[in-house]
Design a protein around this ligand. Structure first.
Ligand SMILES: Nc1ncnc2c1ncn2[C@@H]1O[C@H](COP(=O)(O)OP(=O)(O)O)[C@@H](O)[C@H]1O
Ligand SMILES: *[C@@H]1O[C@H](CO)[C@@H](O)[C@H](O)[C@H]1NC(C)=O
Ligand SMILES: *[C@@H]1O[C@H](CO)[C@@H](O)[C@H](O)[C@H]1NC(C)=O
Ligand SMILES: *[C@@H]1O[C@H](CO)[C@@H](O)[C@H](O)[C@H]1NC(C)=O
Ligand SMILES: *[C@@H]1O[C@H](CO)[C@@H](O)[C@H](O)[C@H]1NC(C)=O
Ligand SMILES: [Mg+2]
Length: 572
């Protein structure tokens, strides 16, 4: 406890300085600058490019990505492609009246395109391709008469392309990779109104306003009441600091032996472990850096070999919060009670004063991530099918057969482990929730891993079965393509794996997504797999199948039907 208090308190003068600077801003900055700050406030994360946007500057003309007219100091270009910007596009962008160019492609903007963009009547170039934008293209964009470059490719846009303005000038190339769009430009007739109806069908009221409001409150806080605001902000940043330290500060110098020596107890589930607590603790004390087999978002994983030859994987999660213990233990009890052929078995845990040590079965085949991307010998087609099948059954069990049902929240290839026969097992189920709940009063940061996250999850932060199914679809694509969801070859094209699939689907070339190095590909099962994967990564959660349905389709259409394999006693 004391160590992290110190970590919080040391940078306090720095935060106060920052606050002082923030507070002296408002008198000076130009309206364009204010609009840009509002734009920045809607962005949740980035590669740091916006850090240098200083509110105390008189105008935004020196800010990265911003270009002004030399005489009027009004903003004419805003160019921030490829900066990992994640968040919504603030409607205040519409206040940049003289904007000629807006380039935000290859980021991770989500939510809707603000209709206020139609207020930027000088706009000549608009590129917001390769983001995660959803909803309709606002009809107001049709009024941007000066537009000569326009690109909304590879998003999750839906509905008719406005058909009564400048957007009729642009060809399919400006719209590809949005599976829900229709209109003449892409040769897809709109269902209710052929050719697309710009003015008639208004975009539904989506939650972009809510989003804006939430962000505004942050700024209001600063200007409203100096002292209260200051204290709150410092507290917030302090918590944030602790959070970051907790999440990423794995190398805190403590060894495992130190964890255990302070008095630890072992809890075993179902008499699963044929050892005494003392045996296990003695063994734990011998573990050191050499035994580390991996580390990830939640901690470090050690290989724990017992004297009788049994091997386990020990996941070490450094503890931050004492009062959290009882809740944590109840949850672990539930996770420990879940046994299934396609799930990694949690055998027990060790309760030490400084950490939680979870004891899992060791899977000798390592993770699917390593098998796909790091090993020289390639997985052949049958192995890949079998892995997809196993992972699907494991996840279906969590969704449909557990009570309470379990949302995994972090489906990705490094959480699919392989046994000696390359059979898949889903690992780390329930952990994301467990560790997120602990800090939910601090932040609602999205658990999960970039590239696998469903668009609505990034927007709302709320995990559902359907967000798991989206991640599972991404996983299927990863297995078929032999490439990580954010592989450089996709990024080069300004896409991720889902964007690439969507593009291929519009051209009816989806088979090309398959790894050319994979041997034994069967085209019928491939088509069925691609169809399932495409449904799973549908932008709308309601369009995704359930895991039950996925397993059904995989069994009947993908696996070669073979009665003896059909019903395995464990899988339901
Ligand atoms: N039960 C296990 N058996 C074998 N290897 C494991 C086991 N659990 C985890 N690992 C390995 O440790 C690595 C880190 O795991 P983890 O901390 O869950 O992070 P992540 O899942 O983000 O990779 C995994 O990628 C995997 O290679
Ligand atoms: C856009 O313009 C309309 C009127 O032309 C105005 O009412 C609205 O407030 C403007 N929006 C922004 C964000 O500037
Ligand atoms: C685009 O369309 C407008 C009419 O909406 C037309 O006046 C203009 O010339 C077109 N521009 C180009 C580059 O085709
Ligand atoms: C739009 O962007 C996509 C991907 O970044 C690209 O493939 C396409 O050619 C672009 N279209 C135009 C008209 O520039
Ligand atoms: C749409 O059809 C026209 C001809 O009918 C063709 O020239 C054009 O390339 C097609 N566009 C797309 C995006 O398929
Ligand atoms: Mg893991």
């Amino acid at each position: 406890m004391s160590t992290f208090l110190i970590r919080c308190l040391v940078p306090l003068p720095f935060y106060l300085l920052l606050l002082y600077i923030l507070m002296n801003q408002s008198k000076a900055l130009s309206p364009d600058g204010e609009a840009l700050l509002s734009f920045r406030n809607s962005i949740v994360s980035s590669d740091g490019v916006l850090r240098q946007w200083r509110p105390e500057d008189p105008d935004p003309c020196g800010w990265k990505g911003v270009t002004c007219d030399l005489e009027t100091k009004r903003v004419i270009y805003l160019s921030l492609p490829h900066h990992k910007l994640s968040g919504s596009i603030s409607p205040d962008i519409g206040k940049l009246e003289l904007l000629k160019l807006l380039a935000l492609h290859n980021n991770n903007f989500y939510g809707t395109i603000p209709s206020e963009l139609g207020n930027c009547t000088e706009l000549q170039a608009l590129d917001i391709s390769s983001n995660s934008l959803s909803g309709y293209i606002p009809p107001s964009l049709g009024k941007l008469d000066k537009l000569s470059t326009f690109n909304v490719s590879t998003n999750f846009l839906v509905g008719p392309i406005p058909s009564d303005g400048v957007l009729t000038n642009f060809s399919g190339n400006s719209f590809v990779g949005n599976r829900g769009l229709c209109g003449k430009q892409i040769n897809i007739t709109c269902k209710d109104d052929s050719g697309g109806a710009g003015t008639k069908s208004q975009p539904p009221i989506l939650d972009q306003n809510q989003f804006g409001k939430k962000k505004y409150s942050g700024r209001l806080l600063i200007s409203a009441s100096a002292t209260v605001g200051a204290l709150l902000l410092v507290a917030l940043m302090c918590f944030w600091g602790c959070f970051l330290y907790k999440k990423f500060g794995k190398n805190d110098g403590r060894s495992l032996a130190m964890d255990v020596s302070g008095g630890a107890s072992i809890v075993m589930f179902h008499g699963d472990l044929p050892y005494s607590s003392k045996d296990i603790i003695k063994k734990l004390e011998t573990l050191n850096e050499e035994h580390i087999i991996g580390s990830g978002g939640f901690g470090t994983v050690y290989k724990l070999a017992m004297d009788d030859g049994n091997v386990f994987a020990l996941k070490r999660i450094v503890k931050m919060n004492e009062c959290f213990d009882r809740f944590f233990e109840r949850e672990l009890e539930i996770l420990g009670s879940i046994k299934h052929r396609y799930l990694v078995n949690l055998r027990g845990y060790c309760n030490s004063p400084t950490s939680k040590l979870l004891i899992y079965d060791f899977l000798p085949g390592g993770s699917l991530d390593e098998a796909l991307h790091e090993r020289s010998e390639q997985l052949d087609w049958d192995a890949r099918l079998n892995i997809i099948m196993g992972a699907a059954k494991g996840l279906a069990y969590l969704h449909h057969d557990c009570s309470p049902r379990i949302i995994h929240r972090d489906i990705k290839s490094s959480n699919i482990l392989l046994d000696g026969n390359l059979e898949a097992r889903v690992s780390d189920f329930g952990l994301a929730k467990l560790l997120e709940d602990e800090e939910s009063h601090i932040t609602t940061i999205v658990a999960g891993t970039f590239g696998y996250l469903a668009p609505e999850y990034m927007q709302s932060g709320r995990a559902t079965e359907k967000t798991d199914i989206y991640s599972f679809g991404v996983l299927m694509l990863e297995v078929l393509a032999g490439k990580r969801p954010t592989d450089a070859s996709f990024i080069e094209k300004g896409l991720n794996i889902v964007g690439w699939l969507n593009f291929l689907v519009t051209e009816n070339r989806q088979r090309e997504i398959v790894d050319p190095q994979c041997e034994g590909v069967q085209s019928e099962s491939l088509d069925a797999l691609l169809s399932v994967a495409t449904q799973c990564v549908s932008p709308g959660p309601e369009d995704r199948p359930t895991m039950h349905r996925v397993v059904q389709i995989l069994e009947s259409e993908v696996m070669t039907p073979c009665p003896s394999d059909f019903y395995d006693s464990n899988s339901d």
